[in-house]
Design a protein around this ligand. Sequence first.
Ligand code: I3S
Length: 169
Amino acid sequence: SAYVPDPNDKPSEKCGVLNVTKITEHGKKVRKNWTSSWTVLQGSTLLFAKGQGGGTSWPYYHSGSLPEFLLSLLSNWRPSAKKRPAVSYGCSGLDRASSFGGGQSKPEFTVDLRGGSVDWASKDKSSKKHVIEVKTRQGTELLIQSENDVLINDWYRALQDTISTHAWE
Ligand code: I3S
């Protein structure tokens, strides 16, 4: 039978530009590096992409050491990763082009939200307003922020929904 969209269905993905920084990686504190990032919530995965040009740069989008960065380059060159077109994830290319100046972008990093937590960040985490703190089961902590309070409230709700509907198996 043909697929009939249910008007009550929530969109399965959400995307937009947010300011983001890691604060912890593998349970270890890392230096903040606020970056404006194309952000996609797809299922239980939260993905951050560079805005323009694509590719991976060090140190701007990588809080690890140089050897770790080189390793990440290697793993990005797996044939399986190569086959995936750069535009296969995250809302439409148009959405990205209109809000982030176009160009192809590659995922910079992804986090699995299953079993994680989302909360408003306390004042000691950042001096910025509207800051969400995301903690993952893998020991990554992120701050995401927008000056737009409507937008950030939408993200807060979407992230909360994701965590409550995608259980950790
Ligand atoms: O938590 P911190 O250390 O006060 O975070 C600030 C720093 O990352 C700062 O850069 P330097 O490490 O070069 O000082 C950033 O410019 C600030 O934006 C960070 O604080 P906020 O409150 O904006 O998250």
